[in-house]
Every structure is written in C-alpha cells, then in structure tokens.
Design a protein around this ligand. Structure first.
Ligand code: FES
Length: 171
C-alpha cells in the first residue's frame, strides 16, 4: 500500500510532534487510511522519539485501532442474542463459505472484510447485517446472496452477466 509521507508528517505537525498526542495522532492516521499501516507506525515512532513497541502497545490496547488492512467493503453480521435466535449463524456461515474466509478476516484481494458484532442496538430488525454502513434488516440467506453479488467487482459482474446471457441463449 502507498503511504503518503507528507500526509503522515502533516498529522504529526498538527500535534506539534508531541508524545502525549500519540492517541490523537493514531486516530488521525486511521481516519485517513482506514487502518494503521506498519510503515506509518514506524514514522510516528521515529518522529516522536517513542519506541516502536510503545506505539504498538497503544495501538493494540484500543480495540478501535486496526492493525490489519481492511477490505474495500465491510460486512458486519450481528451475533447478539436477538439476531442469533433469528438465524444470524446461518447467514454468517453462508457469508464465510461464499467469501472463503472466517469472520474477522479480509479476502486475499482486499475486497471484503467480514466481521461480527454483539448487538447493534436495533434488535427489532434482527437479524441485522451492516454493509458499508448500511443496515440490512430481517436479513435472509437470499438477501445475503444479493449483498454479495452487489459487492462483486464490476468486471466479475459483467463476466457473470455475459455468461448467464450465453447460457440463456443455449436453452
Ligand atoms: S442482537 Fe442484533 S441488533 Fe441486537
């Protein structure tokens, strides 16, 4: 991934290269890149004169910080009690199977990250799946399939359409 050194430096400058601004600096970096790339943490460590291990201990202490590059799209399945009893595990199984990754991971092409959460606070809509910030209520397997097909990279969708059109003509 490309890291813009000027961007990182302007964040550090904004906080006057102060060690006690470490959390705010990491927050700003994450806001910019959507995660904390290792190279960025090294720069922070050097410029603030804080050992890298200390930068990491802050970054790993707060759950909000991401140390693994997320996918372009995010799918979060609620596994809270209400969603669980209304079928969330089946939906999660389907998504895991179709994406070929377990929850908590990103597809090798960095296209989708699959996550779980314990209650989103809207249990009446259970089972809930959030896709790139949009809530899908009363999610069914069919809805989950639709979500996946909408997230497919464009060229794959086009190929699929051509393939289906050819298939229809053969019939
Ligand atoms: S359990 Fe899923 S929204 Fe509450």
């Amino acid at each position: 991934m490309d890291l813009n050194l000027k961007e990182i430096d302007s964040i550090l400058k904004k906080y006057g290269y102060k060690k006690n601004a470490l959390i705010s600096i990491l927050q700003d970096i994450q806001e910019k890149y959507n995660w904390l790339p290792q190279a960025a943490l090294r720069i922070v460590s050097e410029k603030l004169c804080v050992p890298l291990i200390d930068v990491y201990s802050v970054a790993t202490f707060y759950k909000a910080f991401k140390l693994i590059q997320p996918g372009k799209h995010n799918i979060t399945v609620c596994m809270g009690t209400a969603c669980h009893v209304r079928g969330a595990p089946t939906i999660l199984d389907k998504l895991q199977e179709r994406l070929g990754i377990p929850a908590g991971q990103t597809t090798p092409d960095y296209h989708v990250t699959l996550e779980t959460v314990n209650c989103l606070g809207c249990c009446a809509l259970a089972p809930v799946v959030v896709v790139d910030g949009k809530y899908s209520a009363q999610t069914t397997i069919q809805k989950a399939e639709k979500i996946l097909s909408q997230l497919k990279p464009k060229e794959k969708r086009t190929k699929q359409k051509i393939h289906s059109a050819k298939h229809r003509r053969k019939k």
